[in-house]
Design a protein around this ligand. Structure first.
Ligand code: TRP
Ligand code: ZN
Length: 889
């Protein structure tokens, strides 16, 4: 068994440091095997803290020298992993020289190499892998950075802020000096030294300043950066218009790198991105890729204010910047979609975006909140902070901000944001500070609302309705409960905004009048549930209404409302709230699929097929919306709704559901293919994207059903496609079928894109996610193993790992959880191999089995020894140890 478990850090233990840093002067002599880093920092005593030593953290580096005011330090100790230096007076100059080996750095945290260039990643605690520093977000300092490198290998030298000097040096070397005018925490430091080219644009900000925008990529990718640049310009405009927030620098740079642990990083003035969220052109990127580029560019740009100008006091406050910034990027994307869709399609376009976001929440965050890693959006403790960049902190955190927005209204929310910046610009603050400022700006009490920050677990919202025909009243009773989670008892009542509508028998919304009101006011109203249970009585109704609750998903809860099949079909056809119309379809589909899983001999209810057909044929609905409503709920979400979770039974039920819907509606799907043709060349536009999405969905159903005409259409669409959305949609349909055309198409795709890393990721993922449509077909695991030997695959590149292994572990439960345990053995093998190189990536893969206790006894018996096997590994990282340890607890 493992012995050196990582210590647990407690939120309650936060103390300000005795010494902080005013200015940092960094010099890098960049060499792949031995980079010399000279760090001269002015350390100052912190008047807000108790007396104590200067504390510096350092990790995976060689300390060459350390002086205080030019002298060897009087006393230097190691304590709790930190260097402690006793110093006199109020300010001292500390100089630390360290040597690091970027080439050996496979963790992609700190300073590392990618395609011969130097890149950094410092959030959360990577800066300490570069130099010794009080590496905490509450230490905000001004940075000056000099980079020195070989001109040939690294013609471009970038860091945060403004370029103030550059020049030649002997022996083919050159240098550049950068100054960042804004104080920042060390996690926002960045440098890039590589062979890159830039697309440039100058724009004028709202106050009339000219600023230079650059997107840096490898020369061969310059034809794929236009969309990222457009997205940046749109983000800047949106933040000016929506929040009055302007870019504060003369220059804003984005750099794309192929080896990157996450999506992107908001380093001040120098955002660094995973190539997959920058590069896009019609031949290589799908509509979804275009959408993701736009939203990630926006997300990182928005961090400049929510994250950088105002940052987090400590890492427990992570959702302060992430929840808020995700909410902002969601609003931005919704506004962009609505604008492109025009007045007619705007509401539907917004709903489609909301549906996307809720799908992610339900598939990723709900299971997390129900498992051993469950934590509040502001956690109370962690062993490894990298494990807390989670769906809870990000996505549930964004839902909490959205509820504030709902409760305060757009104007009230904006007033709160204005006050937030007026109080805290340039500071490192807490979630309490944010919520308090929202309360102050709006003259409301948000004390109870604060519980959302401290309680884990997905709240259950139970609703019952009572119709009184004689009085014409409908009484809605809402009750809430939050389940206990590891280390936390059941929760106290939360403030839950519940958006409600009542649908009359004619399918039209009733005007809502609550008891005590003289007249009705609207057809959707937000009720505030604050107690364990509350009653709301609607009066003046002519006939028994059908309730439509939690419209627009007004709170991140699980709604429990008894609805029979006809009622779900009714709401699928008539609910005026498009989100709830989609949700009714999802609930109906969930019920149908889970019933099939429980009784494999049964068939799909005809009424369900009919309701599906009605939606499919409703031409008043935007194609993008229909594509959402006709897609089955995600497999991960369904697994979460099954007790015990039986992936094989679920997969069999999904296969039969796809086949049955493909068969029964074949004529409709085929005519949709015709109707959804998009004329003209590719453009990224929500209307076109919706048509392509619906056509691709039709192909999926037809291919699943083995429909000969459908398969022929998939093949011809594959061959004649002029953009990646159509080409990959056709390929995916073929690959997700029992058709013999599947191998030919996969080979043709590979031949066409053999040199394109990002497109090959799609090819890997498609095969790792493949279902088996006929019993004798080979297990997907065999294919995954074979693909690992492909020359394009590499365990060192996170995108490749996520595409092949991540897809297999997380998006293919039917194959991963094969009854013979082969998938679980493979998981242990890969997690162990990855952990030795890159603990952050390994830990993400490790999480694929955390909810193992929900599975059937046979699967649990297969999984437990694999978890134990991993935990027993010597020198296991704290990252993986935390995940696996908690899973076994
Ligand atoms: N702060 C980044 C974002 O939300 C994400 C991030 C956190 C990250 N840690 C990272 C990115 C480590 C790369 C590597 O946009
Ligand atoms: Zn972020």
């Amino acid at each position: 068994m493992k012995t050196e478990h990582a210590p647990t850090i407690q939120r309650a233990d936060y103390r300000p440091l005795s010494w902080t840093v005013e200015t940092v002067d960094l010099h890098f002599r960049l060499e792949p095997r031995a980079t010399l880093v000279t760090n001269r920092m002015v350390c100052v005593r912190n008047p807000q803290a108790e007396d104590g030593p200067i504390r510096l953290w350092g990790e995976a580096l060689e300390r060459v020298s350390l002086t205080v005011n030019g002298q060897p330090p009087r006393a230097l100790r190691e304590n709790d992993g930190a260097l402690e230096i006793d110093a006199e007076g109020a300010r001292v100059l500390v100089e630390v020289v360290t040597r690091v080996d970027p080439k050996a750095n496979t963790t992609l945290s700190g300073l590392y190499l990618s395609s011969g260039g130097f890149f950094t990643q410092c959030e959360a605690e990577g800066f300490r892998r570069i130099t010794c520093f009080p590496d905490r977000p509450d230490v905000m300092a001004r940075y000056t950075v000099t980079l020195e490198a070989e001109r040939e290998a690294c013609p471009v030298l970038l860091s945060n802020g403004n370029l103030v000097e550059q020049g030649e040096l002997p022996e083919g070397r050159h240098y550049a000096k950068w100054e960042d005018p804004f104080p920042k925490p060390s996690y926002l430091f960045a440098l890039v030294a590589a062979k890159l080219v830039a697309l440039e644009r100058t724009v004028t900000t709202m106050s009339g300043r000219e600023v230079l925008l650059q997107v840096w990529v490898e020369a061969g990718n310059l034809d794929r950066v236009e969309h990222a640049m457009d997205s940046l310009v749109h983000s800047m405009r949106w933040d000016e218009e929506t929040f009055g927030l302007e870019l504060d620098l003369d220059r804003f740079m984005i750099v794309a790198v192929a080896d990157f642990n996450m999506g992107a990083m908001e380093n001040k003035g120098l955002n660094i991105f995973n190539t997959r969220f920058i590069l896009a052109k019609p031949d290589t990127a799908t509509d979804l890729d275009y959408e993701n580029v736009e939203s990630v560019v926006a997300h990182e740009y928005f961090h400049n204010w929510t994250g950088n100008r105002v940052t987090c006091r400590d890492w427990f406050q992570l959702t302060l910047k992430e929840g808020l910034t995700v909410f902002r990027d969601q609003q931005f994307s919704a506004d962009m979609l609505a604008r492109a869709a025009g007045p007619e399609g705007a509401a539907s376009a917004r709903a489609v975006k909301r549906i996307d976001d809720v799908r992610v929440l339900r598939a990723a965050q709900f299971p997390e909140d129900a498992g051993p890693m469950a934590h509040p959006i502001r956690p109370d403790s962690y062993q490894q902070i990298n494990n807390f960049y989670t769906a809870t902190v990000y996505e549930k955190g964004a839902e909490v901000i959205r509820m504030l927005h709902t409760l305060l209204g757009q104007e009230g929310f904006r007033n709160g944001m204005d006050l937030y910046f007026s109080y805290y610009d340039g500071q490192a603050v807490t979630c309490d500070d944010f919520v308090e400022v929202m309360a102050e700006a709006n003259g409301v009490d948000l004390d109870q609302f604060m519980r959302w920050y401290g309680q884990a677990g997905t709240p259950r919202l139970k609703a019952t309705g009572e119709w009184n025909a004689a009085a014409g009243t409908y009484t809605l009773t809402l009750a809430q409960s939050t389940p206990a989670t590891p280390g936390q008892p059941a929760g106290l009542p939360l403030v839950i905004p519940v958006a409600v509508g009542l649908i009359g028998p004619d399918g039209r919304d009733c005007v809502l009048r609550l008891e005590g009101e003289t007249q009705g006011v609207a057809t959707t109203r937000v009720l505030r549930l604050t107690e364990d249970a509350q009653r709301f009585r609607f009066v003046g109704l002519d006939a028994e209404p059908v309730p439509s609750l939690l419209r627009g998903f007004s709170a991140p809860v699980i709604l429990e409302l008894e609805e029979d099949d006809p009622r779900l079909a009714f709401r699928m056809a008539y609910d005026a709230d498009p989100f709830n119309r989609w949700d009714a379809a999802q609930r109906y589909a969930e019920r149908a699929v889970l019933a099939l899983a429980a009784a494999p001999g049964s068939g799909l209810p005809q009424a369900f097929v009919d309701a599906f057909r009605t939606l499919l044929r409703d031409e008043a609905l935007e194609p993008a919306f229909r594509a959402q409503a006709l897609a089955l709920p995600g497999e991960a979400y369904l697994l979460e709704r099954m007790m015990p979770a039986d992936p094989a039974a679920l997969r069999a039920a999904l296969v039969r559901t796809m086949q049955a819907l493909g068969d029964a509606l074949a004529a409709d799907w085929l005519s949709l293919l015709e109707a959804m043709q998009v004329a003209g060349g590719y453009r990224y536009h929500p209307g076109d994207a919706g048509r392509r999405a619906l056509a691709n969905l039709a192909l999926r159903y037809l291919a699943a059903a083995g429909n000969a005409e459908g398969l022929a259409r998939a093949q011809s669409r594959y061959e004649t496609a002029t953009d990646m959305t159509v080409r990959f949609g056709a390929l995916a349909a073929l690959a997700q079928s029992a058709s013999p055309a599947r191998e030919t198409a996969l080979a043709a795709f590979h031949a066409r894109y053999r040199d394109d890393a990002l497109v090959l990721d799609k090819w890997f993922a498609l095969q790792a996610g493949a279902w088996r449509w006929e019993a004798p077909a080979a297990p997907t695991l065999e294919r995954v193993r074979a693909l690992m030997a492909d020359p394009a695959f590499s365990l060192s590149n996170p995108n490749k790992v996520y595409a092949l292994l991540g897809t297999f572990f997380r998006a293919n439960p039917g194959e991963f959880h094969a009854a013979d345990g082969s998938g679980h053995a493979f998981w242990a093998e890969q997690v162990i191999a990855l952990d030795a190189r890159n603990p952050q990536v390994a830990s993400r893969m490790a999480r694929a089995l955390e909810n193992w206790r929900r599975f059937t006894p046979a699967l649990q018996a297969s999984i437990r020894p694999r978890l134990e096997q991993v935990l027993a590994v010597e020198h296991l990282s704290a990252d993986v140890a935390e995940v696996v340890g908690k899973a076994l607890e």
